[in-house]
Ligand binder design. Structure first.
Ligand code: PLP
Length: 266
């Protein structure tokens, strides 16, 4: 969405992991940010070796390399909004948190923990660091139900339990939480945006029967960042992003890419 008078494009930085098969991580983020008319930039945090069937291995990116990537972006193209995805070690959480201490734009944090294929994407000791360091910095966090269950320490599978868990997550220090219901087993999927102000918004959508959902969480969080980079409020950004992901899943439900959970069609 270029401002015709200034030729300026809203800039969005995704700080996230890699998916060479093109469905999740920085690849999903870049497609989403571009499709929504913003300018996409990336800082790579980890190199998972993966495809639509699963994650085969994860190679670390050294902390210094992450800091240098951040320097290169911030020295040149300041981001209007940031999305943080896979951050799988305590050292990286601290590095990113320290780096962003003076950043005043909106930050969407997707606390990525386990892939759809069941692979652990975060080291155990990193979860507490994410809560302590990244939750307070984020404008909104966007956990799925598996991640919510890990964060609050109990299994969550009803809309009532989702709201109670959202209250617990707010008490852990985040400014707002989007408790995503994509993993509910019902035909109607409820998602809740809960904010420190006490405002709770409920969104409902119908389940789309498809296994092509690889990268849907990455897509949603980078869409929220993109809409906020364009100046939308958090509520509007979330609502537009949920629509965007729903349409992307609808548009890809019959796509045949890969042998596993296929990607979204942006
Ligand atoms: N790979 C990376 C780098 C990710 O960030 C994520 C999730 O956010 C995944 C894989 C897993 O994606 P999904 O659970 O949608 O398959």
């Amino acid at each position: 969405m270029i401002d015709r008078r200034t030729q300026r494009v809203p800039t969005v930085l995704s700080i996230a992991g890699f998916d060479g098969s093109g469905g999740a991580g920085i690849q999903a983020d870049t497609k989403t940010i571009s499709a929504l008319g913003c300018y996409a930039m990336n800082v790579l945090t980890a190199l998972p070796v993966q495809n639509t069937q699963g994650v085969r291995n994860i190679y670390d990116i050294p902390t210094d390399a992450v800091r240098e990537q951040l320097d290169a972006i911030f020295d040149d193209i300041p981001p209007d909004a940031i999305k943080i995805g896979m951050v799988h070690s305590v050292a990286l959480v601290r590095c990113i948190s320290d780096y962003l201490h003076a950043y005043t734009g909106p930050i969407t944090f997707d606390p990525v923990m386990v892939s759809t294929s069941g692979h652990q994407l975060i080291q155990e000791d990193t979860i507490q660091a994410c809560i302590a360091e990244l939750f307070p910095k984020a404008t909104v966090i966007t956990p799925n139900l598996d991640e919510v269950s890990v964060l609050v320490g109990r299994s969550i599978n009803t809309p009532e339990a989702m709201q109670a868990a959202g209250t617990t997550l707010l008490s852990m220090g985040c400014n707002a939480v989007l408790v995503k219901g994509g993993h509910l087993s019902s035909d109607t999927l409820s998602t809740f945006l809960m904010q420190q102000s006490g405002l709770t918004t409920r969104y409902e959508s119908s389940r789309i029967a498809t296994q092509n959902t690889h990268g849907s969480g990455c897509t949603l969080s980078s869409a929220i960042a993109s809409f906020m980079a364009q100046g939308k409020t958090l509520d509007d950004a979330v609502s537009s992003s949920l629509d965007y992901v729903h349409q992307a899943i609808q548009g890809s439900k019959n796509l045949r890419i890969g042998k596993g959970n296929g990607p979204l069609n942006h």
